[in-house]
Design a protein around this ligand. Structure first.
Ligand code: DP6
Length: 347
């Protein structure tokens, strides 16, 4: 039996991907920071079998999880034409997350990117694809991660990545993400992301269903135009270390995503009262201190606080005294930008 094991991080989008078409293609270009502490670790074991369909055993933290297994089985079947060797092996996947499953953190980005890396590494081991020292390997892994979950394709690269065609991003593609950590000003390479866990409850609407709602949303065409405009403002801000522009765009993108969900049919309110209370606290504190503390949100109630590392001593007391009391059991996770996925050597 052969095996490969990869650790892959989650990411937080500043320009949001919300709306897709065709085979998992984005309606607008998005850009995210690659995280560090929030990651998935996936081991793939494979042994030869006779051809004839995907044979998968899936374990999550050592336990059978039929709902996850079904999603992954479907994903593997959907890429069988592109990776035809997959049905010549009995596959066993064992995955775990560094963060609690119920923490309300999207795990599809880290888990699908880790899985895509295992599959591409398996292809490499079998002599059927590029190896991880080649740029093509990463592009291929990003391609398959995207098919698993759109945002997952951006987790492949250190510091920051973009996904989706844009005239403003050279070489960008709808098919895979591109690295853009290089363009970050040093201040942004040390961004802190403190995730405030307002609620650990399961999401009331899956992101796949949320993307779908964009199809009938009357604001959708304007949204795609604004995403492109915001990207145009964000890129120079990231290069220049311009926190004010960065923060204004991060917050606008997050609130626009939520406004789109509120104006969908049916409509969804994904924030909780405490999400709003936290937003007001962050804005008041910023007003008073004139310090660059900003937030973003994914399609859920939890806030990601974004700020420079040098501000940590000033943010800590505010966090402890004012913000954590509004989180579910004081729940929060400290994260920052990271160097992307890593292959782990199993003993
Ligand atoms: C709000 O990547 O989870 O986090 O492609 O259907 O798996 P699927 O959706 P997913 O959507 C993520 C949406 C978002 C914004 C973002 O990460 O860009």
């Amino acid at each position: 039996m052969n095996q490969t094991c990869w650790k892959s991080p989650s990411n937080i989008a500043i320009i949001k991907y919300w709306g897709k078409y065709g085979r998992q293609l984005p309606k607008n270009a998005s850009l995210s920071f690659t995280l560090s502490a929030a990651y998935s670790q996936t081991t793939l074991r494979y042994s030869p079998k006779a051809k004839g369909g995907i044979q998968l055993r899936f374990l999550f933290e050592g336990q059978e999880k039929p709902a996850f297994a079904q999603r992954i089985q479907g994903f593997l079947e959907s890429i069988l034409e592109e990776l035809p060797f997959l049905d010549e092996y009995a596959l066993e996947l064992d995955s775990k997350n560094s963060f609690p499953h119920s923490a309300g953190i999207a795990s599809s980005a880290s888990s699908m990117s880790a899985l895509a890396l295992c599959l591409c590494d398996m292809a490499a081991e079998l002599g059927l694809g590029p190896t991880s020292d080649q740029a093509e390997f990463w592009q291929k892994a990003s391609y398959f991660a995207r098919l698993g979950s759109g945002s997952a394709c951006r987790s492949l690269y250190p510091m920051a990545a973009s996904w989706g065609e844009s005239k403003q991003l050279k070489g960008s593609s709808n098919l895979w993400a591109s690295p853009c950590g290089e363009l970050l000003h040093d201040d942004f390479k040390a961004v802190q992301d403190t995730i405030l866990l307002v609620s650990r409850a399961e999401k009331s609407v899956s992101s796949t269903a949320g993307h779908k709602l964009m199809e009938g949303n009357p604001f959708a065409p304007l949204r795609y135009q604004l995403a492109e405009e915001n990207l145009g403002k964000l890129l120079p801000a990231l290069q220049a270390g311009d926190w004010a522009t960065f923060g204004q765009i991060a917050e606008e993108e997050a609130l626009m995503l939520h406004a789109l969900m509120m104006t969908s049919r049916p409509s969804y309110l994904l924030m909780q009262p405490n999400s709003l209370a936290l937003i007001e606290k962050v804005r008041d504190w910023r007003q008073q201190t004139k310090l660059p503390l900003y937030f973003t949100l994914d399609a859920g109630p939890n806030l990601h606080l974004l700020y420079p590392k040098s501000m940590q001593p000033k943010v800590q007391p505010f966090l402890q005294e004012e913000l954590l009391p509004l989180c579910e059991n004081g729940g929060h996770l400290a994260d920052e930008l990271g160097c992307g996925p890593e292959k782990l050597r199993l003993l």
